[in-house]
Design a protein around this ligand. Structure first.
Ligand SMILES: C[S@@+](CC[C@H](N)C(=O)[O-])C[C@H]1O[C@@H](n2cnc3c(N)ncnc32)[C@H](O)[C@@H]1O
Length: 238
């Protein structure tokens, strides 16, 4: 599904336009929409990544670089963050230079579906709330697989739909009202928040997403549900 009603414009360019338009408010609204849990999830990603003692990390769809910043706490690791939205990256660059982490994190414009790095280059790949925005999910995951070293780990944080029927009922009512209302109050771009809510409901989650990872070639996939199953952290290996 696409953010805007323009059928002729490809999803990727609509996604870029959308994130460019909400880049200034993204961090604030992300915190509100996740009830501040985003910080906890990033710490979990850090803990998982740290175990492999990685030297080269790629954060795909890095946006305002919060995951890249968290992962830069891993000793001796260099982090590359790529994103198609130059304005999201600009916010990220400002945070990195404020924290004087320019020597540890490198941000660049880059497309998940055509990654500008050689095969088997990275020890760890992270993708936070990025995969459901890809134009072609399978091509994006195949590219991640390609640039990951053998036995390297991919860590994906993504919205999911709770499995329990009662929780799912409340989840749907809540997100259908809460997220568009936040957009209405805090953003000029109402369509963006409607897209974020609807795409979260439609995106394959849980075992369905694991199946996709397995068809790409990933093994040892694992799901850690967060926030009553409204978000999941998936890990898998090459
Ligand atoms: C919801 S934001 C997530 C940002 C950050 N990872 C986080 O966890 O807060 C999604 C990001 O995915 C980026 N994105 C979408 N499709 C992409 C693609 N094909 N390649 C690279 N980045 C992409 C968007 O530009 C946007 O910055």
């Amino acid at each position: 599904m696409k953010p805007y009603n323009n059928k002729n414009s490809p999803k990727k360019s609509q996604i870029r336009t959308m994130f460019n338009s909400i880049s200034g408010e993204y961090d604030f609204l992300n915190k509100l929409m996740t009830f501040g849990s985003d910080t906890i999830w990033r710490k979990k990603i850090y803990e998982i990544a740290k175990k492999s003692d990685p030297k080269k990390i790629l954060d795909i769809a890095t946006g305002t670089a919060d995951i890249a910043l968290e992962l830069s706490n891993i000793q001796n690791a260099q982090v590359v963050g790529i994103d198609i939205s130059e304005k999201m990256l600009k916010v990220g660059e400002e945070k990195i230079s404020k924290k004087r982490l320019m020597s540890k994190i490198h941000l660049q414009i880059g497309d998940a579906e055509n990654i500008d790095y050689p095969d088997k280059y990275f020890d760890i790949i992270s993708i936070g709330f990025g995969v459901r925005n890809f134009e072609n999910l399978r091509i994006g995951l195949k590219e991640a697989f390609r640039v990951l070293k053998k036995n390297g780990k991919i860590i994906i944080l993504e919205t999911s739909v709770p499995k329990n029927i009662i929780v799912r009922f409340f989840y749907k009512i809540f997100t259908r009202i809460f997220i568009p209302t936040l957009g209405k109050f805090f953003s000029e771009d109402k369509a963006a928040y409607s897209y974020l809510q609807k795409s979260a409901e439609k995106f394959p989650s849980g075992e369905d997403f694991v199946l996709i990872l397995q068809t790409i070639g990933f093994k040892n996939a694992n799901i850690q549900e967060q926030l009553f199953g409204a978000t999941s952290i998936y890990t898998a290996e090459k």
